[in-house]
Design a protein around this ligand. Structure first.
Ligand SMILES: Nc1ncnc2c1ncn2[C@@H]1O[C@H](COP(=O)(O)OP(=O)(O)OP(=O)(O)O)[C@@H](O)[C@H]1O
Length: 323
């Protein structure tokens, strides 16, 4: 995972209602270094088979420390454990985490790649969040745009990492809770949080918070890129924000692949827009700070040749049963 130092000029006035960094910009940079080039041209973890594959996530935001200030995008790799089905089928680990920054090939140890951070299969999402994501959220609360996205082939664990479940909440719910905790811990500022949630399916943008918002247009103006007509909801508590995400998830396109029965077939972008201003005496005339935090769960990066069947919405909005 990487982090981008975004200058304080990214503190917008209230009138600047669209953040400057589009989610797509975070895909452009990776700090991966090839430590030892494979003589036989063997593929890197980023292009090998799904089952033994890690997934990657990227983030842009303020750097964690002076060492990181050299980088504004970090790339983090997380391995998941083999699933019971993979164990039954005799699948084997092909790549493993060698320490905190190296991914090494099990069969040919001379093939290794370095990343900003590598997490092995026993690492909890909470730990991944604390080490690799939390600083992006706290940066966003201070007025610095941030983006975190998960990238990898089907079944590599992107949705598990970004959304998680009740037992193991993902980066999105952890970030939402953290944002409200930061508000509690910052009594000298007042905040307004808004959320939007969209999916990109077959290159069409759909509003997951508003089933009527289909095929929305991406526009650009002097202030940046924005999705025309996207619904934004003011959120007042973590539970409120999480209930909106859960409702939006119902409308997401999913399907089955050879490797994942409940595979996300669309990209989703959850955006938290944060406005804050100083409160109390002497705060009159102080600028409002505006920033955006984009949390993105990409569809599987495998080629379209991977068999995907039964593409559907989790809940088909067109199949309402009237009793
Ligand atoms: N770190 C992990 N620990 C335990 N189980 C995991 C982990 N990561 C993923 N899984 C499990 O592996 C399966 C596939 O994960 P997930 O659906 O998150 O993959 P994905 O990369 O989002 O796939 P797709 O691109 O097809 O949507 C799920 O059953 C999930 O619960």
């Amino acid at each position: 995972m990487a982090s981008r130092r975004v200058s304080k000029s990214n503190r917008f006035g209230l009138s600047n209602s669209r953040a400057a960094n589009s989610p797509a910009s975070s895909t452009t940079s990776s700090s991966k270094q090839n430590l030892e080039t494979s003589a036989d041209g063997q593929s890197s973890p980023a292009s090998s088979s799904a089952r033994s594959k890690p997934h990657f996530f990227y983030s842009e935001s303020i750097p964690l420390d002076s060492e990181r200030s050299k980088e504004n995008v970090t790339v983090t790799v997380r391995f998941r454990p083999l699933s019971p089905r993979e164990i039954r089928q005799g699948e084997e680990i092909a790549w493993y985490a060698d320490g905190e920054t190296i991914v090494r090939n099990e069969h040919n140890p001379s093939i290794a790649y370095a990343y900003d951070r590598v997490f092995g299969p026993t690492t909890t999402t909470r730990h991944v969040y604390d080490v690799a994501a939390q600083h992006v959220i706290s940066g966003a609360m201070e007025g610095i745009n941030g983006t975190i996205f998960a990238y990898g082939v089907t079944s590599s664990g992107k949705t598990h990492t970004m959304h998680g479940d009740q037992r193991s909440p993902g980066i999105i719910p952890l970030a939402v809770k953290d944002a409200f905790s930061i508000i509690q811990e910052t009594p000298n500022r007042e905040f307004l949080l808004r959320v939007s949630y969209l999916e990109i399916y077959n290159e069409v943008v759909n509003d997951l918070l508003n089933p009527a918002g289909q095929n929305l247009r991406i526009r650009e103006d002097a202030q940046g890129t924005f999705v025309e007509g996207i619904k934004e909801e003011v959120v007042l508590s973590p539970a409120h924000a999480l209930s909106l995400i859960a409702a939006g998830e119902e409308h997401r396109h999913v399907g089955s692949t050879n490797f994942n029965l409940l595979s996300s077939r669309s990209h989703t972008i959850f955006t938290l827009t944060i406005e804050s201003s100083p409160c109390g005496e002497n705060s009159a005339g102080e600028a409002v700070t505006l920033s955006q935090l984009n949390l993105i769960d990409l569809a599987g990066s495998e080629s379209s040749k991977v068999e995907a069947t039964g593409i559907r919405r989790k809940k088909d909005p067109t199949s309402t049963k009237v009793c």
